[in-house]
Design a protein around this ligand. Structure first.
Ligand code: SF4
Length: 355
């Protein structure tokens, strides 16, 4: 048996790669399908327990490969039931994943990168800067590690949202590969309709995403009603301004059951005025869209505050009166800094934890 550091992680390999691996080992290709089933359906983590493979093949595999989930370094449990997982990766980088149980469904918020390069001014992850992209195995590993730890059975109503650390479209190849395996009924088996990628709007990548076969749902972080305001809080807007973003959104090929989701983090006195709401109505005109309003979660080191709840409701009213379905999303896990825009590794020890 080889050490973890030397071995190749099978987690994240797709069906074809595992069939190729079996063939390289002198085995029939269907052995690769058995390994795929073992990793993603049976959630086998020890190659020696692949009892449907011959002993020789198992030993060959185990000498060079392993099945490694990210390691849980710490858990932070919220009063509202949410759990923020701090994972340590094989190269000692760390990421966070949030588990949010609700009565009718459970949501996992996945990270796609270590840190983030995009420097949104209201976001704690931005303080980390850009470190690296996650592999498909590290993305799938978050989902498998958390659902295993929380005893979420296969087939449970589970939503996956790529709204944790990082900009998923800056890691599109690995995110798309992970989504194929996550959504495959022969793989992890979470329907595509329950997987959402959230982006600031990296336009060339958005056009690529429109073409992938296993396409998750799309959420756009809007957060502003005009370019000057958006550029001030999201520097990427200087490269991809609102008119261009909304042109790409209008051309985006929605499936019959689908709508675009626009996320709008409300910052007190910055983007939460009635005039902002009216401009958002104009921006989203003619789009099959809904809006999630997210009152900001204040925290240390950033200058923004949450608006009063009456302001949030007034903003919502202007949109719903113009027939834009608009929902107020109160972030889960605020007491453990697991809420939207709050994932950040540094300063962790200063955070309150009920764990
Ligand atoms: S909000 Fe998202 S895209 Fe912006 S800095 Fe934070 S993680 Fe990156």
């Amino acid at each position: 048996m080889t050490s973890e550091a030397q071995s190749v992680n099978l987690l994240g390999l797709n069906l074809q790669e595992l069939e190729d691996l079996a063939a390289r080992c002198g085995q029939p290709r269907y052995r690769g399908r058995q390994i795929y089933h073992g990793i993603y359906v049976r959630r086998v983590r020890d190659i020696s327990t692949f009892t449907d493979l011959s002993r020789d093949f198992r030993e060959t595999l185990a000498s060079q490969q392993s099945i490694l989930y990210p390691k849980v370094e710490r858990e932070f449990r919220s009063r509202d039931g949410a759990v923020r997982y701090l994972f340590r990766l094989a190269d000692d980088q760390r990421i966070e994943t949030v588990y949010m149980p609700e009565e009718e469904r459970t949501t996992l918020c996945l990270s796609s990168q270590v840190g983030c390069a995009l420097d949104c001014r209201f976001c704690f992850t931005a303080l980390l800067g850009s470190r690296r992209n996650l592999t498909a195995g590290e993305i799938i590993g978050q989902a498998l590690a958390v659902t295993t730890a929380q005893n979420v059975p296969r087939g449970a109503r589970l939503n996956l949202v790529f709204m944790g650390m990082g900009e998923p479209l800056l890691n599109l190849p690995q995110v798309a590969k992970a989504v194929v395996i996550l959504a495959d009924p022969r793989g992890v088996g979470i329907p595509l309709r329950r997987i959402t990628v959230s982006t600031v709007g990296i336009l060339p990548r958005l056009e690529e995403l429109a073409l992938v076969n296993a396409r998750p749902k799309l959420a756009i972080s809007l957060n502003a009603s005009h370019d000057e305001q958006r550029s001030a809080i999201m520097p990427i807007n200087r490269k991809y301004p609102l008119a261009d973003l909304l042109r790409v959104c209008r051309a985006y090929p929605l499936r019959p059951w689908e709508h675009l989701t626009f996320e709008y983090v409300l910052l007190d006195g910055v983007n939460d005025a009635d005039d902002d709401a009216r401009r958002v109505v104009d921006l989203l005109r003619d789009l099959r869209a809904k809006v999630n309003l997210i009152p900001y979660n204040s925290g240390p080191n950033l200058p923004y505050r949450a608006p009063k709840f009456e302001r949030v409701v007034a903003f919502q009213k202007i949109l719903t009166e113009r027939h834009i379905p608009t929902f107020i999303r109160i972030s889960r896990g605020q007491d453990i800094f697991a809420a939207c825009g709050q994932l950040s590794l540094e300063g962790m020890d200063a955070r309150p934890s009920a764990a």
